[in-house]
Design a protein around this ligand. Structure first.
Ligand code: NG1
Length: 481
């Protein structure tokens, strides 16, 4: 905890010692951002003189899409856009959260924190806090806080703004309670914590947000969670271009998202059956891949799938289960809500093909990066794009435009990043081509093609600063002061 007013003065004076310290965590100047949230906290909680300040960064996934919940490695990096929080301790178990962009939220820390309405920003706060309650087996050791939250990650852009809230509120409650937690354990806990809001994603976002090191991307493995820093190839910049088409995980899109893990689970069960692995404790496609290797996994895929789509009845018949058993095992979200499956079934074969080929690309990416071959890495990114688009079905016409424009202007590798259907694209660009790529994207997409997507065009007019980002890897979540 630190003295709020002294911190405001030192930041306002651009105290060199403070700037040096911030330099260890960011690639950009964040003093204005910190001053804004500190002053806001002072305004909203004038009596709270002792504060802590923390950051929980967003992430861009460079390669390895929709692999985390399949137990396969991903390759993201934390970014300088984050959730910045100023908090002050409370003696009770109440959380009072304010945010200049959303309505205030208040709740009690209890064993089972009841949810706000679906889609409410406060649910992400509750998710993080509930995760910590679960970690400690109850609320007894925990103290509430007054927290001012200020996010700089563009919302619904696939840069993980939701997880920054979950991670930030978890760290805030740990800080207010005077409890430390090893980062790897925290990251593991947070992956499950976000299920509270009804999505069934994996642990990539939280791990990237919590475990990243400045200047390095992170190869993250799951079950058990592991993180290995890997540098982005020398001489290349990561450019992120936001389609400005929002890919929010609410209502319909939450279901659309949850059908992807469901399809992967079904693919896994079907492959287990054909490969005769029923007694091997296989839970995810990743288990097959790691235990039997890529060749056997590809063979298993080929042998299993004789058609692309499988209806519910076909899945039940294949697995020798009743329709009811199939429903409860595969077509029910963790929240208990049924997943509506289209009549014609799900393209199970293509979904699994993406997962397996993407896992191979991630493995190869780390190798070619270590060998210093940026162009070879770019080719893996291009392959990932095609697979995400054609086999995983998560593209959007706006993303196709961005990828085409960037590739034409000289990007070495371009793909969508995050859940998909909108949000951002990520590009590996040789340093000397960055200006050309940025210019082409600005001229041909933001000043041109974006008009085909009126809501996106409108969003761009309002928040042009969220559109094009040239990024370097940021440090992971931490209490700064
Ligand atoms: P975003 O881009 O934040 O919606 C989602 C999942 C990730 C991962 C990616 C796809 C959550 C919180 N995040 O990310 O775990 O599965 O999609 O790679 O569900």
């Amino acid at each position: 905890m630190t003295d709020r007013d002294q911190l405001i003065t030192r930041l306002g004076d651009r105290d060199p010692e403070l700037l040096r310290m911030l330099d260890q965590h960011y690639n950009i100047d964040v003093t204005d951002r910190l001053l804004r949230v500190l002053k806001y906290h002072a305004e909203r909680f004038p009596g709270d003189r002792e504060v802590a300040v923390l950051k929980a960064p967003g992430r861009v996934n460079v390669i390895g899409e929709h692999l985390d919940y399949n137990g396969l490695p991903v390759f993201p990096m934390a970014i300088d856009y984050d959730m910045t929080v100023v908090l002050s301790r409370r003696d009770d178990r109440k959380v009072v959260a304010v945010n200049p962009e959303f309505d205030d939220r208040e709740f009690e820390i209890s064993a089972q924190i009841p949810r706000f309405e679906t889609g409410d920003w406060g649910n992400y706060l509750k998710a993080g806090v509930q995760g910590i309650v679960d970690e400690f087996g109850g609320p007894e050791k925990l103290k509430g806080f007054n927290g001012s939250f200020l996010g700089s990650v563009p919302i619904g852009s696939g840069l993980s703004s939701s997880s920054t809230l979950v991670v930030a509120s978890a760290i805030a409650v740990l800080e207010s309670s005077g409890i430390g937690m090893p980062p790897l354990e925290l990251a593991d806990r947070m992956a499950k914590a976000e299920w509270y809001v009804g999505t069934q994603g994996g642990g990539m976002d939280h791990a990237a947000s919590i475990l990243s090191e400045k200047g390095k991307a992170l190869k993250i493995g799951f079950f058990p969670l592991s993180a290995t820093p890997v540098a982005i190839p020398e001489g290349y910049t990561i450019v992120v271009a936001n389609s400005m088409v929002v890919s929010a995980k609410t209502e319909a899109s939450r279901i659309r998202f949850n059908l992807l893990p469901a399809a992967c689970q079904i693919a896994c069960a079907m492959m287990v059956k054909t490969m005769g692995l029923e007694n091997e404790g296989i839970e995810r496609l990743g288990d097959i891949y790691f235990r039997y290797g890529r060749i056997e996994t590809l063979r298993g895929h080929e042998k299993t799938f004789t058609q692309d789509r499988y209806t519910r009845q076909e899945v039940a018949d294949f697995l020798g289960l009743s329709l009811e058993e199939t429903e409860s095992t595969f077509y029910t979200a963790r929240s208990g809500e049924p997943l509506p499956v289209p009549e014609e079934g799900l393209p199970i074969a293509a979904r699994a093909r993406h997962v397996i080929s993407e896992a191979i690309r991630v493995e190869e990416s780390v190798k070619v990066i270590e060998a210093g071959d940026g162009e070879a890495f770019g080719r893996r990114m291009n392959g990932s794009w095609i697979s995400c688009r054609d086999d995983f079905g998560i593209s959007h016409p706006s993303l196709e435009k961005l990828v085409d424009i960037a590739r034409e202007a000289g990007s070495s590798g371009s793909r969508l990043t995050g859940a998909g259907w909108g949000g951002c694209t990520v590009h590996l660009v040789a340093d000397h081509k960055v200006d050309a790529v940025l210019e082409a994207l600005m001229e041909k997409y933001y000043n041109g093609a974006i008009r085909e997507f009126p809501a996106a065009a409108e969003r761009f007019t309002q928040r042009p600063q969220d559109a094009l980002l040239a990024l370097r890897p940021s440090a992971g979540a931490r209490v700064l002061f």
